[in-house]
Design a protein around this ligand. Structure first.
Ligand code: HEC
Ligand code: HEC
Ligand code: HEC
Length: 275
């Protein structure tokens, strides 16, 4: 009996590995209620943790031969499963409540084989929804919208959303680079200095979401400030040294890339969904 019980391993309800394509579907609007800014409690997510813990509770206790405790967790799993189904009506077909009931019955009957069999079937209902929705939900809800963040352009004195600001910033950077690379460093001055101003202004957006300076410092350290000051000085010279400007520019763009690594993908997914 015990040997067989030990075969009752973790049920997998995670992403599927080895997929050759991943589709991101716009999550149903009714999920909004359970995420910021509408709710700080993450109710949907917290049910997920609850169900996952309950699964472990069943497994651990069946392996221990403690059926009473296993039953406690099976009931908790069923109750949370039902509650979760009712939270997002658009997703109700993913849930097979009869399986959650059958699991309670199998545990009640102290039937190891049946408990394993039904657990696995129930686990498949979890993973089906995860494959189709989990990633998109994480990308959509874990970060606030960058589109609602605006920045004042220090050159044209207009409030711009993040996307528009990035465009102006990049445009001045690229114009500067073109002139530098074709050996016309003087012509690079105007847009180059605009770029420096715009790159400095970037810092002001962090505090619109981050309450501590730690995240800001992780991306804009002294190297960033120094490199911008160097570009400014170099470009202000009568005959700017284009090569040195480019060298310093590379130190600046490391910070752009770092921030994009954290923030760009979720922001773009969110924007594509119009969220
Ligand atoms: C908050 C951290 C952050 C920093 C720092 C930052 N960006 Fe961005 N950037 C973003 C986000 C978010 C988007 C997506 C905006 C959108 O699409 O609405 C973006 C989009 C862009 C885009 C649009 C094209 C694309 O890749 O999809 C360019 C180009 C860009 N940034 C250039 C820069 C440059 C150059 C710098 C540095 C001088 C920089 N960014 C610094 C966050 C940042
Ligand atoms: C109808 C869809 C759906 C069903 C059914 C579902 N889940 Fe989820 N689950 C999600 C979504 C969406 C997320 C991502 C939520 C997030 O990251 O904010 C998630 C995330 C999770 C996570 C990861 C939480 C984290 O912190 O990243 C666990 C664990 C989980 N679910 C367990 C379960 C279990 C166990 C079941 C079945 C008993 C289940 N889920 C059924 C949609 C579903
Ligand atoms: C629209 C809101 C928003 C803006 C604007 C924003 N961030 Fe973030 N950032 C987040 C969220 C949300 C996380 C995820 C971490 C979390 O949940 O606390 C995060 C994570 C990070 C992280 C990794 C983890 C951490 O907390 O340090 C870094 C680094 C970071 N941001 C840097 C920046 C910088 C630099 C800026 C300004 C250029 C910036 N962010 C602007 C919302 C934002």
């Amino acid at each position: 009996m015990r040997a067989k019980a030990l075969l009752f391993l973790a049920v997998s309800f995670s992403f599927s590995l080895g997929a050759d394509k991943i589709i991101l579907k716009n999550p149903p609007k009714s999920l909004d209620k359970f995420y910021p800014p509408k709710s700080e409690k993450y109710e949907f997510l917290s049910n997920m943790h609850e169900m996952s813990t309950a699964f472990t509770g069943i497994r651990v206790n069946v392996n221990d031969g403690n059926w009473e405790k296993a039953l406690y967790w099976a009931k908790r799993l069923r109750d949370t499963y039902v509650k979760t189904r009712d939270m997002v009506p658009e997703w109700k077909n993913y849930f097979k409540v009869d399986l959650a009931e059958k699991l309670v019955k199998a545990v009640q009957a102290r039937d190891v084989d049946k408990t394993i069999e039904v657990s696995q079937k129930l686990g498949k209902t979890c993973s089906k929804c995860h494959q189709e929705n989990e990633l998109a939900v994480k990308l959509t809800y874990r970060f606030p919208s960058f589109e609602k963040i605006s920045l004042e352009d220090p050159i044209e004195f207009m409030e711009l959303d993040t996307g528009k600001y990035m465009e102006k910033l990049t445009n001045s950077m690229k114009i500067m680079k073109v002139y530098l690379l074709q050996g016309e460093a003087q012509k690079a001055q105007e847009e180059g200095l605009n770029f420096v101003e715009r790159a400095r202004q970037l810092r002001t957006m962090c505090s619109k979401c981050h309450t501590s300076k730690v995240s800001e410092e992780a991306i804009f350290g002294k190297t960033y400030e120094d490199a911008l000051a160097n570009i400014e000085n170099l470009l202000s010279a009568e005959n700017p040294d284009g090569k040195k400007v480019i060298e310093n520019l590379m130190k600046v763009t490391v910070s752009c890339t770092k921030c994009h690594n954290v923030h760009l993908v979720p922001a773009v997914v969110r924007e594509s969904f119009g969220r």
